[in-house]
Structures are given as C-alpha cells and as structure tokens.
Design a binder for this molecule. Structure first.
Ligand SMILES: Cc1ncc(COP(=O)(O)O)c(C=O)c1O
Length: 404
C-alpha cells in the first residue's frame, strides 16, 4: 500500500481498494483534521509526559465526558496492549487478589500478561497453555446454541460461568471481556450475561474490565461504548486502536477509588503515553466523530449493510449467521453439512481482495468474515461489497457449499 484516504487505500501500482476492514482508521484514513492536529502540535511542542501542557487536560476532560460519571480517571499509554496490561495491574492491586476470569477466544494484548489472559493466544499452538491463575469461561455465543437472545441465552451462559466462578470465591481479582468478542468471530454477548457476571465478580470483591479496544468510539452505532449496550458500567475500560486513528495511543479509564488504591504502589509513568502530539491527535479524532455525526452514520450504514447481508443469507446457505452492531459485523460461513466454512471464507476474502475490496476472517476456525470499515463507509460502499459477495457466491466454477 502506498496511500490512503477515508475508506480507500491505494497500492503502489495505483489500484484503489475499498477498505471494509480497518477499524483503526475510525474517522477515515488520513482524515485532514487529524493529520493537521498532529502536524500543528508536532511543530510546536512534543515532550515526554513529565511536564504540564494543555493538550493532556483538554483531551482527558473531553474523553471522560463520554463516560458515566463514576468513570472519571484516565491513564494514557501507547497501545491497547499497554492499556489492558495496566488495567489488569490496577485491578490486581485494587482487589489484592491474583485470579483473572476471561472468555474463550478472547484477545487482550501482546504483553506477557496480555497473552496470559488471551485464550486466543495461550491456547494456540506454542501458546504455552492456561495459567493456573486464569479462569476460562465458555464463549457465550447465541449462534449455534439453540437458545434465543431474549435473556434465555444470557441466563444459560451466565449459569455456566457461575459454576466456574463461584468455587473461586474471594480469589477473583477481575473479569475481562470485549462487548463483542472480535477474535471469537464478532460474537455479541447475550443479553443479561454481563449483568450476572459483573454481580458475581463484585460480590467476590473483584472488578470488571470492558475491553473496548475494537468496538469503542461509536462504531456500534446505537452506543458510544460497547458496555452501554448491556446496561452495565465496568470498573475499568481499556481503549486503543481507533483512539488515534492510527497514531499509537491507548488508555485505561477507571474510577477514583481504583486509581487511588494504585497510588500506594510504585509510581505509574509512561514516557510517551499522553504526550502533546498524541493527545492533540486523539482529541481531533473525538472532535471529528462528534462533529461529523459518525456514530449515527455507523448506525444507519451498519443497519443498511446488515440488512443487505441478511438478504444474501436467504439466497446463499453458506451464510449461516450475520451478527454484530453498527459497523462491526460478522458473517459466519458454514459448509453444506454445517461444519465451519474455513476454506470458503478464505476463498471469499481472497476473491474480494482480487476485486479490490478488503475484509478479513476470524473465529476459532477462521470461518467468520470480519467487516469493520472506517466509519466514513457509505451505503454505496455496502452495495459494492454485497454485490461482490453475491458475484463470488454465484460463480458456478466453484461449488463453494461443498468446500470444507
Ligand atoms: C480487544 C483487543 N484488546 C487489545 C488489543 C491490543 O491492542 P494493540 O495491538 O494496540 O496493542 C487488541 C488488538 O488487536 C484487541 O483487539
């Protein structure tokens, strides 16, 4: 790739790609307001974070305005991994316990602690297996469960999780989960699930962490933060990816009590986390999301795209499920006999790439198409994507449904 703008990427040969995949560039690749904010600030002041400057205060205040009142402290770092690592450290320090409850297929970062709490990594080949201090809860996935998302599935999966959590009474420091489990294959948590789990964790004196690295900042359309969709308020929130529209910045947002309990330990310091340039860029991102109404845009275009994908599902049995919210969608691919459509998903992804449309795949069998474009993605882009998927699925030189 050589250049990019909004929902388009251009390669070194001058080809244009429609980017339906890059959730980091939330306000669009190279958005001019974000680029200018970085250029302006970098030309005036950049420093490590031992100084006082306006950008860190102005951004922190603006960011915290998007959270419920009790989440009023922010720690700025340089990546989602640094944020999840810090959130877990804060949690352990506050709860004074060691055990962490995680979801199967979850991913929370590349640090040692991040890998230790990421089933997606520790359970993979060479991943080293589960740490004894990790409590692994089944992925609460409505699709394939024969349950409905009217509270029934939430109760069922919460009860399964409680069977593993209750015997650990008074040992659990934290529960960490994404509101929609990205690496699990864009799996939304069932209604009521988080409420039950949060209740049990808090009863045990632990804290609840929402990893909003992928889904935060309005991408889900209906809600600015993923936890809001489930009517819960976490104790710690992990932020990253879209926060700087590609510039490396992450954060932990938490309560005053948790932040204070951390003060008795060794000082927290990050050389770059929250530097003036990063804060100016992140503030420009927030400003663009709000000023350009991108959350509402994600809701409208996301609904339009989801409906078009659901229409394709009626035509093509390989599309087994269409799920997600706003512009964070997953398309589950299954073979004619109902097994995971790994090769079919790969074929669709690669054929789309040859047609200059970018998506990716994920899920335990790499059987789910991930669609999470920059929020500038428009209805006509949704049309282009769905038309291309239809062309691929209609091809008679592939009997896709029979492929494994
Ligand atoms: C849910 C989630 N948490 C944390 C991270 C880690 O973020 P980073 O790659 O910026 O360190 C990722 C990255 O893929 C992620 O998807």
């Amino acid at each position: 790739m050589y250049r990019s703008a909004f929902q388009y990427m251009y390669d070194t040969e001058g080809n244009t790609y429609l980017d339906a995949y890059n959730n980091i560039m939330i306000v669009g690749h190279c958005h001019p307001s974000v680029v200018r904010a970085g250029q302006r600030t970098m030309a005036r002041l950049n420093t490590n974070t031992r100084y006082l400057y306006e950008e860190i205060l102005s951004y922190s205040e603006r960011l915290l305005e998007t959270f419920p009142r009790e989440l009023n402290k922010v720690f700025l770092v340089n990546s989602g991994s640094a944020a999840s690592d810090l959130a877990l450290r804060l949690a352990k320090c506050h709860a004074a316990k060691e055990k962490i409850a995680v979801l199967e297929h979850g991913y929370h970062g590349n640090t040692q602690t991040g890998i230790r709490v990421s089933h997606y990594k520790y359970a993979a080949d060479g991943g080293g297996g589960k740490d004894p201090n990790v409590i692994q809860l089944p992925l609460p996935q409505v699709y394939g469960s024969n349950l409905t998302d009217d509270g029934t599935a939430g109760t069922y999966f919460a009860n399964e999780a409680l069977r593993l959590l209750v015997p650990e009474e008074h040992k659990v420091a934290a529960f960490i989960a994404e509101p929609i489990v990205g690496c699990g294959g864009q799996v939304p948590l069932p209604k009521g699930y988080l409420r039950s789990i949060y209740q049990e964790i808090r009863k045990q004196g632990g804290v609840c962490i929402s990893d909003e690295t992928q889904v935060g900042f309005g991408r889900l359309g209906e809600h600015f933060w993923g936890f809001e969709a489930y009517g819960v308020v976490p104790d710690l929130v992990v932020l990253g990816k879209p926060m700087g529209n590609g510039h490396p910045i992450g954060a932990v947002v938490t309560t005053e009590a948790i932040a204070r309990s951390f003060e008795s330990g060794p000082e927290f310091f990050s050389s770059f986390g929250g530097n003036p340039v990063s804060c100016a860029i992140a503030e420009a991102v927030l400003e663009v999301i709000q000023h350009e109404g991108l959350q509402e845009h994600a809701r409208m275009v996301g609904d339009y795209l989801k409906n078009r994908l659901l229409a394709l599902q009626k035509e093509f049995p390989v599309i087994a499920d269409v799920r997600g919210s706003g512009l964070f969608l997953g398309v589950e691919i299954r073979t004619a006999d109902g097994s995971p459509g790994t090769e079919i998903a790969k074929e669709i992804k690669n054929q789309l790439r040859h047609m200059h449309i970018l998506v990716s795949t994920d899920g335990p069998y790499d059987q789910v198409l991930k669609i999470k474009p920059p929020l500038t993605f428009a209805n006509r882009d949704a049309d282009q994507l769905c038309r291309a998927i239809k062309v691929i699925l209609e091809q008679d030189n592939y009997d896709l449904a029979k492929k494994k």
